[in-house]
Ligand binder design. Structure first.
Ligand code: C5P
Length: 318
C-alpha cells in the first residue's frame, strides 16, 4: 500500500503542512477572535500512553449545569438536564464516531458502524438514503450553534435530530469565562435551546462547556509542531472526546482519511473543497495528526477503511 501525496502527507513524518493551512493559521492568528494567548511550549514527542493520560487528566467531558454563573434562574433550571451526560450515556463497550467526510460515500461501512453499542454523528449528517455507507443507528448527535440558529426550522422538525442525545456547542472565548461567553456567544442559541427543550422535553440535550473546548485545544496545540489556528476544535474532535470519556473502545471513521480521500466535503452533499478535510477555521489537520498518534489499530485499517481504533479513558490508569 502506497501513501498518496496531499492529504496523506500529514500521516507521515516529517509532518507536512499544506500552504493553504499555513495561510489560515496566519490569518486567524491575526484576527484572534477568541483572545488566545501566545503559546510556545511544545511536546510533540509524547508516547501514546503519555498522550492518553494528558487527555484523560486534562480534557474532561463537561457540560453546562443549572446554576453555573449566568446559566442560573428558573428558566435554565427548567431547561438544563438534571442528569449528567455521563449518566445519560452510561458506559458503552464499543462506540463509533461517524465523521461527515465525503470519503464515506461508497464505503459500505454501514453495517460495521451499526455493530457498535453507541454511534455519534454530527450536525446535519443524514442516515436516510446513506444507510449502506454510514449506518442508521444514532445514539448521540453534536450540533454547532450555527446550525441551530441558521437552520432553526429544520432543526426543530427534521426527524434526524429526534434520535438519541443532543449536544450543542458554541465557540467560546479562550478565557473559559461563562459571563463573557454568555454576552459574547458566537451564535445566539439560548432562546432556541429553551424552546427546543419545551417542544421535546423527553430528549436529553446538553450544552458543552467552554473549558472542554479550550482544554482540548491546549493539548492539540502543545502536541503540534507549529502554532495551530486559535479557534476551537471541530465538532468531530469534540465527539471523539465525548466517546473516549464514556466508551471502552472507539472506532473513528474517515477522520484520518482513507485512500477514498476526496475533495467532496460531505458524504451527503455535492460541495467540493479540500478545506473540509484538512481544515481552515478549525485546527483539523492537527486534530487528525493527534488522533492518528492514538491509533491502536492497523495502519491498513486507516488506508482501506478510514478507521482509527482508540481506547477510552477508562482503559488507562494514569
Ligand atoms: O462539516 P461538519 O463539521 O458538520 O462535519 C462533522 C465533522 O466531521 C467535522 O467537524 C470534522 O471533524 C469531520 N469532517 C472531516 N472531513 C470532512 C468533513 C468533516 O474530518 N471532509
Amino acid at each position: 500500500l502506497r501513501m498518496t501525496p496531499r492529504l496523506h502527507s500529514f500521516l507521515q513524518e516529517p509532518f507536512q503542512i499544506p500552504n493553504e493551512v499555513k495561510y489560515s493559521i496566519k490569518m486567524y492568528k491575526k484576527g484572534n477572535q477568541f483572545k488566545v494567548p501566545q503559546r510556545t511550549n511544545k511536546s510533540t514527542n509524547s508516547s501514546l500512553a503519555e498522550l492518553m493520560c494528558t487527555l484523560k487528566n486534562r480534557v474532561h467531558l463537561s457540560t453546562v449545569k443549572a446554576g453555573d454563573g449566568p446559566f442560573s434562574g428558573e428558566k435554565w433550571e427548567r431547561s438544563l438536564p438534571k442528569q449528567s451526560l455521563q449518566e445519560t450515556l452510561g458506559n458503552p463497550k464499543t462506540c463509533a464516531v461517524v465523521t461527515s467526510a465525503g470519503a464515506l460515500r461508497g464505503s459500505s461501512l454501514g453495517k460495521d458502524i451499526d455493530s457498535h453499542d453507541a454511534v455519534i454523528r454530527f450536525n446535519s449528517a443524514p442516515m436516510k438514503g446513506y444507510e449502506r455507507d454510514v449506518g442508521k443507528k444514532t445514539t448521540v448527535r453534536i450540533v454547532n450553534s450555527q446550525l441551530v440558529v441558521s437552520e432553526k426550522k429544520k432543526f426543530f422538525q427534521d426527524p434526524r435530530y429526534r434520535t438519541g442525545v443532543l449536544i450543542i456547542w458554541d465557540p467560546a472565548p479562550y478565557s473559559r469565562d461563562l459571563d463573557e461567553w454568555y454576552k459574547h456567544h458566537d451564535y445566539n442559541f439560548h432562546e432556541h435551546y429553551h424552546e427546543y427543550r419545551k417542544v421535546h422535553p423527553e430528549q436529553p440535550f446538553y450544552i458543552i462547556s467552554p473549558s472542554m473546548q479550550w482544554d482540548l485545544w491546549d493539548v492539540i496545540q502543545e502536541n503540534s509542531p507549529v502554532d495551530i489556528q486559535p479557534n476551537p476544535p471541530s465538532s468531530g474532535m469534540l465527539g471523539i472526546i465525548v466517546m473516549m470519556s464514556v466508551c471502552k473502545h472507539i472506532s473513528v471513521y474517515e477522520f484520518v482519511p482513507s485512500r477514498r480521500k476526496t475533495e467532496l466535503c460531505h458524504y451527503y452533499s455535492s460541495d467540493r473543497n479540500w478545506q473540509c478535510t484538512q481544515g481552515h477555521y478549525h485546527p483539523l489537520l492537527f486534530e487528525k495528526s493527534l488522533v492518528q498518534r492514538l491509533n491502536r489499530g492497523e495502519e491498513e485499517d486507516i488506508l482501506v477503511l478510514g478507521k482509527v481504533t482508540l481506547d477510552g479513558y477508562s482503559q488507562y490508569t494514569c
